[in-house]
Design a binder for this molecule. Structure first.
Ligand code: GRF
Length: 200
């Protein structure tokens, strides 16, 4: 299976997945990294793993549809089967989502449906929750909304500040996302409506 990762930033999840795939024979390969940010650190990480990286500049397209079309064409040219969003900070168009229905995952640093959006860790911390966590879900037309593949709780301890909570969340992400990718690649996920049945 050919995988493409879409990412805009640091790329620690990209790296966790790349390392997992390198160390475990799961019958998949990261063929491509696509980024919408020229200076994104994830692009360096891709080079370190010898993954070809493509920068697609949204400013070069008249609208969101044009930008999405370009990404879709690059995915098709590279025979991409699965798409992984890993800190990709743009909302994809419905036609894009439809093309990769049940073949595109996202990771979110909170227990959905709580704390959707860009600042989920801080929002949960500021709210004073005692339990937050990580969600890996299929992507549908709505943001942070699709059927949930895996979730894991992360406890907010008395000693935690925002930084230590972020570290705990990221550590959990780096375990959970590769696991979800393995399940998807191995055909162990069955989607029925909003529910994902894992047969591992
Ligand atoms: C992660 O916290 C992920 O849950 C969110 O964006 C962040 C990306 O981090 N969607 P990184 O770029 O993988 O380090």
């Amino acid at each position: 299976m050919n995988i493409a990762v879409l990412a805009s930033g640091n790329g620690s999840n990209f790296q966790a997945i790349a390392r997992y795939i390198k160390e475990n024979n799961i019958g998949a390969e990261i063929k491509l990294l696509i980024s919408d940010v020229e200076s994104a650190y994830v692009r360096k990480r891709a080079r370190d793993y010898s993954v070809p990286d493509v920068f697609i500049n949204p400013k070069e397209y008249e609208n969101r549809e044009g930008f999405n079309n370009k990404i879709l064409n690059v995915l098709k040219e590279n025979d991409i089967d699965l798409v992984l969003l890993a800190g990709f900070m743009r909302v994809l168009c419905p036609f894009f989502v439809a093309e990769y229905k049940n073949r595109m995952l996202n990771i979110h640093p909170a227990l959905l449906p709580s704390f959707k959006g860009e600042n989920a860790i801080k929002d949960a911390y500021d709210y004073g929750v005692k339990v937050t966590g990580v969600t890996v879900h299929f992507v549908d037309e709505k943001v942070d909304h699709g059927p949930i593949v895996l979730q894991e709780a992360v406890f907010v301890d008395k000693e935690d500040d925002l930084e230590s909570l972020e570290n705990k969340i990221h550590k959990t992400e780096h375990r959970l996302y590769p696991e979800a990718v393995r399940l998807l690649v191995e055909g162990k996920l069955e989607v029925k409506g909003r529910k994902v049945f894992v047969t591992d």
